[in-house]
Design a protein around this ligand. Sequence first.
Ligand code: CP
Length: 311
Amino acid sequence: MLSVRNLINTPSLTRDDIRQILDTAATFEQVNSRTIKKLPTLRGRTIVNLFLEPSTRTKSSFELACKRLGADTLSVAGSSSSVVKGESLVDTVLTLDAMNVDMFICRAKYAGSPEIIARTTGARVINAGDGKHAHPTQALLDLYTMRKRFGRLEGLRVGIVGDSLHSRVVGSLVPALRTVGAEVTLVGPATFLPAAPEALGATSCARIDDVLGDLDVVYMLRVQNERLDGAAIPSVREYAALYGLDARRAARMRPEAVVMHPGPVNRGVELTSEVADSPRALILNQVNAGVSVRMAAIYLLLGGESDVVSD
Ligand code: CP
């Protein structure tokens, strides 16, 4: 079982927690490749998917994960709940909690929302992405994808290119990579980089071309137009020219190096379609891993039985 009660962010996970989640996900991946993908493991448990901000990948994969584990799910969206009438997050959670639910999975615009939920309910909580803070299951599925491709995580050289400052993916991925012994370089213009990357255990670099040939994983971040305060970059066109990965630039990568992206991709900005759709790109492998990794996180937090694949 995991050393944590809730999955709020990756710094609270030990190396053994991460190994357990990835190993359990590998077992669930086998289940997900069967014709019949449903297990009775969490039959009778109720999970609330509270998505207060838009999502395609995370929401769909959590819903599938809950259903494939046999749990009952309740989907609550910000736009169709009493949140639009002004009900607070705490009152929303207390209301749903009164229906005896077992877990809240929460995507929220405001950083810290999953912690507030965890303080409000005795149910387990998984952070499905909160503001600019954290996105722990994204980090775990990224680690799963890297481990599956390279057979290891320790010593992998990972370059994260783009808007590290506004990215909740970075808030979870960098600590998780450091916990498992990978090396991390943050790449981008100064306005996109944290002031002290060394405090995160990372190095930084202003020019993608200076590091591209040394990396095992080139992890491209989305330019988050919705989170940019003012003009952090002169123009999207200039950003694409300086930091975007096109076929000419990708040709300088190591032969075995891969391209990853959390999605959704701004085609023509971070990645050209030629690169996004190339064999180097693991973007859909990441999406595929999302279901198994989220099944593993839910299963381990709710304390399911160990015999997960029988039946
Ligand atoms: N990567 C990710 O969180 O995508 P969604 O916003 O579509 O869930």
